[in-house]
Design a protein. Sequence first.
Length: 343
Amino acid sequence: MNGGSKSKPGPAAAAADGLSVVVPIYNEASNLPALHERLAGFAERLARERRIAAEIIYVNDGSRDNTVEVVRQLPAGNFGVQLISLSRNFGKEAALLAGLDHARHGAVLFMDGDGQHPPELADKLVALWRDEGYDVVYTAKASRANESASRRLAIRFFYRLLNWGVRNPIPEDASDFRLLSPRAVSALKQLPERNRFFKGLSSWIGFRQMRVPYEPAQRTHGRSKWNLRASVGLSIEGITAFSTAPLRLASLLGVALSVTALFFGGWIIFETLFYGKDVAGYPSIIVGIMVIGGVQLLMIGIMGEYIAKILSELKGRPVYFIAEHEIREGAAAAKRDPREAAE
């Protein structure tokens, strides 16, 4: 038996044991100083209480205000800070992927940059990962009582449609505020699709997962960038990426219309032969044409969404481009690494 002292883990082992915090930002200059102060406290607690190295990755998704300048002035403290500026606004899903691709530590924590995801809750996520062995720890809204009835109904319908007939349902009301263990991160990086729906992908990879209810904090500055158009667009992306329910509904609707037409035609023949009633021509023809035409256009639109996703995947375009990449290690001078190639 060798009685020599154990060697200390090298840089690679330390990086695998650390945590990267990915924060996509878009026009969040007014929120960043307060958020960074809270994240700095979280990183300091990780280092002090758990000996976990941390870094914060801000992914600027084409902001039009002075977000980049504000990030450059944020103190690095005893943790690393990365600034990734995309060449334009590619959307939140692309920003999350950019942060994932450039994370230097094994585990990754994703959270929004508007301050509504409380960094203090991240301590609980880390505890579930390190102490209880969960690979995906995600947060979900504890209640939607303060939202309108129409919004609650729309969200419920979205998840019912999204999870209809799928083997691995996506958790309802789950947010992007979640922590992934090193092996969950490795699995997520192996997924090659470009039309990404992060909530669905992190659920699809499996492993041990835990739900943590939370109440989003109120925004202290500015207004939410999510409007009805953005919400509908993300819903369509999620459904077409993870569910064939619309195509199945189209098939069922076609069967229902065919059966209805068969019975209606039979009833007309029965009334004509046995009761001698005249068949109304013009109104029934017009209504029939409008109904069938509308349904056909709807089905063509649904198939078009899926075909567009196939075309996008076949083109193989990069999900994002990086205009500028900066890394700051503690109090060291910032090292600038401009990049114009696709990552």
